[in-house]
Ligand binder design. Structure first.
Ligand code: UDP
Ligand code: MG
Length: 323
């Protein structure tokens, strides 16, 4: 491990997807800030398979800021994968994750770092407000967060990916083998002594949000099902409800037969077929979804593929060769 005399190292992990405009600003702002606060740090940009000049922008930061390192994915693997890749690369005694568009205010890193120095192992950034968003988005986000909060048993309504983790917490997260790791929830789920720092989501200065409705829906579904088997129990519940209805209807048709008015049940038969048929299909769909997830996990493919890395090997005179 590190020399005891040496100041602790803070790794700053920044996932970047099509952020050529944000990267130089992020590097400048964060480096100035942390150097000013006399914190030893490294900056790890993870280029999540960007299609623009993000990788060139990251490489260009190494000359003015030798603390900068870059990892480039072979294609877009998503923000979660980028966060985990950044954490895997981190050499620090603690690591902080924040958005490269600086919607997570970098000044808060210092506040988080001081809390870490006091002994907190997980320092979570919690949103005071959600920033500017359209109302439909807010509604969808609320629904998703109330579902996931139920599933995890942790209040996630104000949670964000802006977190500082102690080395021990980072290693715990990295040891988890699940492919669809949901960083925001997992980093709370692991426990450890936790502190919170409130922040306001800043407006995005350049570029645009990478989320489409489709990608957000997918994100919500994947993360919900990776944390909760409740939808599967829903299947059983639906089965019970339908069974109760059929007992009632069965008794009713028997009564009709006994009292000699049996013929008119045709509508009921058709209705029943439709209802049961559709419920069965929904249930199969839900089960199928989980089977697909099991299939994904069992294939054991890597979460991401690194195509390239860059760093100033001479920086600090102690470039290490570990991964
Ligand atoms: N991001 C990423 N991979 C993706 C999508 C986004 O690494 O597939 C990064 C992005 O570059 C940014 C952060 O994740 O640093 C948050 O993304 P964005 O600003 O688009 O989301 P929002 O702030 O609107 O939630
Ligand atoms: Mg953003």
């Amino acid at each position: 491990m590190r020399d005891k005399q040496e100041k602790p190292l803070l790794s700053v992990v920044l996932p970047a997807y099509n952020e050529e405009a944000s990267v130089p600003r992020a590097a400048r702002v964060i480096c100035t800030l942390l150097s000013g606060a006399d914190i030893r740090y490294e900056l790890i940009f993870v280029d999540d398979g960007s299609r623009d000049g993000t990788w060139a922008a990251i490489q260009a930061q190494i000359a003015p800021y030798p603390q900068v390192r870059g990892v480039r994915f072979s294609r877009n693997f998503g923000k979660e994968a980028a966060i985990f890749a950044g954490l895997a690369q981190a050499r620090g005694d603690c690591a902080v994750v924040l958005d490269c568009d600086l919607q997570h205010p970098p000044e808060k890193i210092i506040e988080m770092y001081r809390l870490w120095e006091q002994g907190f192992q997980v320092v979570e950034g919690v949103k005071v407000s959600r920033g500017k968003e359209n109302p439909l988005h807010t509604l969808a986000a609320r629904t998703f967060y109330s579902l996931i909060s139920n599933a995890t048993g942790i209040d996630m309504s104000r949670a964000s990916d802006f977190k500082l983790l102690d080395r021990r917490a980072v290693d715990t997260l990295l040891a988890m083998r699940e492919k669809n790791a949901f960083f925001r929830a997992l980093s709370s789920w692991i426990g450890f002594s936790t502190a919170q720092v409130e922040f306001e989501v800043q407006p995005r200065l350049e570029g645009e949000s990478k989320w489409s409705i489709r990608s957000l829906t997918r994100y919500a579904l994947v993360n919900l099902t990776s944390f909760s088997a409740a939808p599967l129990q829903l299947v059983t519940l639906l089965g019970v409800v339908v069974f109760l209805c059929s007992v009632a209807l069965g008794l009713w048709s028997l009564w009709q037969k006994v009292s000699g008015q049996a013929l008119e049940g045709f509508t009921t038969v058709i209705l029943l077929q439709l209802i049961i048929g559709s419920i069965l299909m929904i249930c199969l769909g839900i089960i199928g979804y989980y089977v697909a997830r099991i299939y994904e996990e069992i294939k054991d493919r890597p979460r991401y593929i690194v195509a390239e890395e860059c760093e100033d090997r001479d920086h600090d005179g102690k470039a290490e060769t570990d991964l």
